[in-house]
Design a protein around this ligand. Structure first.
Ligand SMILES: C[S@@+](CC[C@H](N)C(=O)[O-])C[C@H]1O[C@@H](n2cnc3c(N)ncnc32)[C@H](O)[C@@H]1O
Length: 220
């Protein structure tokens, strides 16, 4: 067993996070080692896991990070981020009420996960709940996904904080070559005040997806 990032482990060729809770969030498996429980992190179910398996080098989410997570869905990846930030907090935003109910159910015992029902296009609507954060993680699969990250960074990201964004090429433009879409999205991020410091294509786990890690340089 090897700790590859803070609270992220490689165990028997699988990646796993140290379990903050024994409650299942999806169909993940638990592994017990010397009295500690770990949750196997499935790269086919989580784009962040896929990026780690595919060689992510810059991992800004640490044990004590404050994270704003945009597009939390039913909590698959947010629950692993919650495992990682055991001394931090994760604000998990989701705009679909039905999915939000699943998130509330599966993550109810996670004290560091704050579920918020809201639209990532309107950061002012949750600015009374969310504080300044170290990392914004975004996975919303929307045409304006890069703009959403920039908008939220202006409200909530600390100076020199990081954005992590899973870009789905087909959500931006189904007619374009994914490579072209990724290039354009990177340009939007860099014009908006980020510097892309790592990028990982997450095939074969997700088709036509890339994960960008970018540093927030906008210090206005
Ligand atoms: C691909 S899923 C996210 C999966 C999740 N990140 C995971 O790995 O477990 C995208 C989610 O983003 C949500 N979403 C899309 N647009 C949104 C918006 N503007 N504000 C908040 N959530 C949004 C969708 O309802 C959906 O649940």
């Amino acid at each position: 067993m090897k700790e590859i990032f803070e609270n992220v482990y490689k165990i028997d060729n699988k990646i796993a996070t140290k379990a903050l809770s024994r409650k299942k969030v999806y169909d993940e498996k638990f592994i017990e080692k010397d009295g500690t429980y770990y949750r196997v992190w499935n790269p086919y179910k989580s784009k962040l896991a896929a990026a780690i398996v595919n060689g992510l080098k810059v991992m800004p989410i640490k044990r004590d990070s404050k994270v704003l997570y945009l597009g939390a869905s039913a909590g698959t990846t947010p629950s692993h981020v919650s495992d990682i930030v055991e001394d931090g907090i994760i604000y998990a935003l989701e705009y679909a009420p039905r999915i939000m109910r699943e998130l509330l159910d599966s993550c109810s015992d996670r004290k560091n996960l704050v579920p918020i029902l809201g639209d990532a296009n309107k950061p002012w609507e949750y600015s009374n709940i969310v504080e300044k954060v170290d990392v914004i993680y975004e996975d919303v699969a929307q045409p304006n996904q890069a703009e959403i990250l920039i908008k939220n960074a202006k409200w909530f990201l600390k100076k020199n904080g990081y954005g992590m964004i899973a870009i789905k090429a087909r959500s931006v433009d189904v007619t374009k070559d994914p490579k072209e879409v990724f290039k354009e999205q990177k340009e939007i991020l860099e014009k908006g005040g980020f510097k892309v410091v790592d990028e990982v294509n997450i095939e074969p786990y997700e088709k036509d997806h890339i994960l960008f890690v970018c540093k927030w340089l906008n210090v206005e």
